[in-house]
Design a protein around this ligand. Sequence first.
Ligand SMILES: [Ca+2]
Length: 344
Amino acid sequence: MSPAGVGARGRVAWLATWLFVGVAPAALSTQAQAVPPPQPIRPAPTVQQLTLAAPAPTPPWLVCGGERSQLPLWSLFVLPGERGDCEIQAGSPAGGYRLQGPGVQVQTAGQRWSWQAPAQPGLVQLRLEGPGLKQPRILQLWVMTPAAAVVDGRLQGFRIGQYPGNDGGRGPLYGPPRGYVEVTPANAATRVSPEYRLGQFVSKQSPHYPKYVVLRTRLLEKLEWLTTAARLQGMAEGPFVVMSGYRTPYYNARLGNRPLSRHQWGGAADVYIDDRPRDGHMDDLNGDGRLSREDAVWLAQWIERQAATPAYRERFIGGLGIYGSTSSHGPFVHIDVRGVRARW
Ligand SMILES: [Ca+2]
């Protein structure tokens, strides 16, 4: 752990003590929301009072298919038979690297490889070994079911609905997906990144399998980055709760959501922090003894602060939306990776 992480542990302990002592768990229940808030025994930390500790770079960067990662486990979403390249980014520790797995060929020893995905949908893992890597890094190729398999808005009975026939003039990020990852009971718990699992991103429209999901590597990288930053800064121990990830156009329309919601392209997640206590609701982040929209405001302000860092700006610019409670959900924050800044 970096020095910043060690410093953050004291902060974690302080925050945990304050939250557990200062806020009775009962105060967070729905029933108790009307009760006047208990007086905090210390002032609540403002977003600005937290450190701005960011995840430490851990080279090498592996660059594949227009994405790059330093994570010990990451995912690309590809089509059957698709070919691609990977390379070690310049500036990484020198030496010979090995990328091994089915369908991987060496182009230039130690620095660059080409791969070809299997002809059938499924999952293959490539392992990167080399200088400074105590454990192999895993690159997962999720081989998708091609979009051409969607018939009358359904894939194996799972309702997809209709994507806009073109990008609506809004750019390639709004074109129809190239394919869909099949989700079954057997692979729903498979990790797509160190902290997140495939099943967390599935459209919540039906209990029946198989289900299908669209996911963007960049969204997973952003979630991982924010999760690590939250941990370093003493805000949370575990990953964020993903309340909603991918939504099919069918389900998005059923919810009455915006027609061009980024959820439909696998690039958005509605998240909250639920660690203290872990009770299925957003934590009392602003320390006022209540669970309210203000806690989502607090979380959004925290994300906004991370967005000021160069590492964040380089890859994670996108949407940030604040939502309060309704009869069906508690407060949460929407994040996405649309590539341009959007706020609501
Ligand atoms: Ca609160």
